[in-house]
Write a protein that binds this ligand. Structure first.
Ligand SMILES: *[C@@H]1O[C@H](CO)[C@@H](O)[C@H](O)[C@H]1NC(C)=O
Ligand SMILES: *[C@@H]1O[C@H](CO)[C@@H](O)[C@H](O)[C@H]1NC(C)=O
Length: 497
């Protein structure tokens, strides 16, 4: 069994490095998912690549409880009697007429000793929710809210109008095809919290996976009708770490005696950060091939950068490359920027035209007292990204993905093809290192008689693009995104015509 061992080596590196993951500070109200991943990626340049290859074996992932509880024990399971009913949302302030699905939200305690509780928002499917699969959605960062992004700006049933107090319906919400849990993870993000403040300096991939797993086991106690339902995990950006790690944790724990079996069928990760080396390389190649960088810069990067060790000339060229781009939204290179002094107050909003100031509307909405009350949230100064230190983060997730391929679950990597931050080139380079045989060669897929993107099926993994989408795929191409995820859930490739 191939397992990545991260913490100890990473800790060592952190001790000897003045620029490290834990050095980026949070709590800026304006910081968003974009800034967070940027900081993480840049911080990587200042430390050598951690030798966290599969050669370093450990069974930490086998026993996620071990590290935090001192010895192996089943995960904590609380008493959930009556809590589902208490979590039912009567209606969200400002929600439109015609809401024909059930909504729930509340806290699930994942560590009673530390007083850590994760906040979730759950929307059922309007039709036949009993026969539709269960899906968990995770945003990245690390440290950004799946509720504020995923639910309210991307794939959820509502979007927030520019006045920050009314909602409108997203007719292409993914709850048309699945019952969806949006989890704010880890504690410190969104409404999720811990009563042990030192926890906030000790988050990382390991604990995020353990806490998310504990959350799931408990959530299924609260909603027992979903215990045997087909289950899928989806997410984007830095969730390229979270999703495979959680899937791995679930599959390991499924094999243990006296643990509930979670019926995990597959994962889908969008514009996912899964490997530092190919991630960086693909990003700068995308800059050049999309006319954002000069030939000279590209030549310098190719000459001096291997993206493993960062020499001074390499860093100089990378900085030059970053500067040449100018002020654009690298997460959708063709999108308008938010100019908040010009945002159309009172505009009704349209799902088909993503408003670049949406972050602001969501922040206003989430901080309304009546909204927090309706959500059963503790009074909180909510921000879209939070948490504090990030201790462990392997430089590659590919060995875990290989493990998951071996386990036979469905694995989709999807990519909005105008995102320059975790671009399709990065995903392709990463997947290419796995040298998987092609089962169904690259071809276009169609939606409404137009090419919706391209798809190639490898043995054990499918790569699909969504044409004209940025980093937040369902925000920019809601119809195509829904078509893509429907195919994924049905276990079919997106339509060939
Ligand atoms: C955190 O502390 C508050 C105040 O003591 C308490 O009401 C709450 O239940 C605690 N949370 C958890 C998850 O234990
Ligand atoms: C934002 O909009 C205002 C009002 O239209 C305008 O005066 C200002 O120049 C704009 N700022 C930017 C950076 O475009």
């Amino acid at each position: 069994m191939i397992i990545i061992k991260l913490s100890k080596l990473t800790w060592l590196l952190l001790l000897f490095s003045s620029y490290h993951l834990a050095s980026f500070d949070y709590y800026s109200c304006e910081a968003n998912q974009i800034d967070y991943l940027n900081k993480l990626i840049r911080s990587r340049r200042f430390r050598n690549r951690a030798p966290d290859h599969p050669a370093e074996l450990d069974n930490e992932y086998d026993q996620p409880g071990q590290e935090y509880y001192g010895h192996f024990s089943p995960v904590y399971v609380g008493n959930h009697k009556g809590l589902k009913k208490a979590d039912k949302i009567k209606s969200l302030p400002g929600q439109p007429q015609g809401v024909d699905f059930d909504q729930y939200s509340g806290y699930v305690t994942v560590d009673p000793k530390a007083g850590r509780a994760l906040f979730y928002y759950f929307v059922e499917s309007p039709q036949d929710s009993c026969s539709k699969p269960l899906m968990l959605w995770l945003n990245g960062g690390p440290g950004c809210s799946s509720f504020g992004y995923g639910a309210m700006q991307e794939l959820g049933p509502f979007r927030v109008k520019s006045n920050g107090n009314r909602l409108y319906l997203n007719e292409f919400s993914w709850n048309k095809v699945a019952n969806i849990i949006f989890l704010e993870s880890p504690a410190g993000v969104g409404f999720s919290y811990t009563n042990t403040s030192s926890d906030l300096y000790d988050f990382g991939d390991d604990r995020t996976a353990v806490d998310s797993y504990t959350f799931l086991v408990n959530w299924l106690e609260r909603f027992p009708e979903y215990k045997t339902r087909d289950f899928f995990i989806t997410g984007e950006s830095y969730a390229g770490h979270y999703v495979p790690q959680l899937a791995y944790t679930i599959l390991s724990w499924n094999k243990k005696p006296n643990q509930p079996v979670i019926n995990l069928k597959g994962i889908a990760i969008g514009n996912a950060w899964i490997d530092d080396v190919t991630g960086q390389q693909g990003m700068y190649d995308f800059f050049w091939t999309h006319a954002l960088n000069s030939d000279e810069t590209n030549a310098g990067i190719n000459k001096y950068c291997d993206f493993v060790e960062y020499s001074n000339p390499c860093i100089r060229y990378l900085n030059q490359g970053d500067e040449e781009i100018g002020t654009i939204d690298t997460y959708n290179i063709y999108a308008p920027l938010c100019n908040s002094s010009r945002s159309k107050s009172g505009s009704t909003g349209s799902v088909n035209e993503f408003d670049p100031c949406s972050d602001n509307y969501v922040r206003t909405y989430m901080n309304r007292k009546n909204v927090q009350k309706a959500l059963h949230a503790k009074p909180t100064r909510w921000s879209s990204c939070g948490a504090v230190g990030w201790t462990d983060s392997p430089t590659t997730i590919l060995p875990i993905i290989e493990e998951l391929i071996g386990d036979g679950i469905s694995i989709w990597v999807y990519s909005g093809d105008i995102d320059a931050r975790v671009p399709v080139t990065s995903s392709r380079y990463a997947i290419n290192t796995l040298k998987l045989p092609v089962v169904n060669p690259w071809r276009p897929w169609y939606y409404n008689n137009l090419v919706g993107g391209y798809v190639v099926e490898y043995e054990g993994l499918t790569l699909t693009t969504i044409r004209g989408a940025g980093h937040l795929v369902p925000s920019y191409q809601p119809e195509r995104a829904l078509a893509m995820i429907s195919s994924f859930l049905q276990g079919k490739l997106p339509p060939p015509s």
